[in-house]
Design a protein around this ligand. Sequence first.
Ligand SMILES: *Cc1c(COP(=O)(O)O)cnc(C)c1O
Length: 369
Amino acid sequence: MKVNLRIPGPTPCPDDVLEAMGHSMINHRGPEFKELSVKITERLKKIFETKNDLLILTTSGTGGLEAAVVNTLSPGDKVLVVSIGYFGDRFAECAQIYGAQVIKLDFPWGTAADPDQIRQALRNNPEIKAVLVTHNETSTGVTNDLEAISGVVKGEFDKLLLVDAVSSIGSIPLPVDEWRCDVVVTGSQKGWMTPPGLAFVSFSEQAWKAYSQSKIPRYYFDMKRAKNYYERGQTPWTPAVSVYYGLDVALDRILAEGMPNIFKRQARMGQMVRDGAKSLGLSIFPREEVASNTVTAVKIPQGVDAKQLLKLMDEQRGVVMAGGQQSLEGKIFRIGHMGYCEYDDIQQVLDGLKATLPKVGFQPSAVGR
Ligand SMILES: *Cc1c(COP(=O)(O)O)cnc(C)c1O
């Protein structure tokens, strides 16, 4: 049975992407790598809609977030971390571990951040240097209104804005320059139809200014080092060459489809998942106005064993979904639909749920449609 991998990353990859990764090894300090790396970086900048520097690090998304922190902050800096879930908490933890003084603005899991409360927090703490925020909270299936948040953070207070866009950019609109985001981070295994291994980090003029004052020690993730090497067509350390080859093909596909079409497809896909789940009598975890178009969190019905549901979906239907994280364990399950995902893949999930839910004690209804 072909596995329908519907976790929110790593996501499935097209065959030509996987085949491209079988390329023989090359000299990572030679002209071939330089050409590959420049070609990839230029296209990523287009997708990020940015003229800022964009550097590719060999690491996962979290490594990219760590790079955002260690290249802009100093121990003792006051930062505002806006958290609406597990990944927001992770960003806060990272800043805290490096000595930043974290002021945490938490919103209930399943809701989006309220820009008014961010404004209030910035008014109350004028010494805040940076605001750290998750664009798309993968743990709860919620997309923040980053444009409105940036309007406050940049437009009204002109603070440094560090964005976890790991599960959004490339799938959901995030025009980096228009929204004045200083550091934006994503990872190759999310919306990019590419295996894990690379993080893409855009870095603004203002971020470089912060870099020059930043006192957190850094080595592997030093952005200046990465930029200097990039200018010679290299990376400071051995890059995940194979993933570059895969990404090269994935970017061809992405740009052939075109960003406006991808955004439309993602929106339709999100709607299809939500409508489909509701038509089975299930409820979407967040309010629909803030529901993500890359990952959908669905409430586990009363009395249903979440683990059993996921296990049967996997074993009997070939559909691999994710459970809830931390306080949401056993309360939700999540369906990833970013990157390489067709309507048929979603239909298979919905058909699978319809057949499986009765086996775990829930009678799917035909209500709501
Ligand atoms: C997946 C994810 C991360 C972590 O990325 P890793 O590649 O697992 O390190 C961080 N933030 C968000 C929003 C994510 O979806």
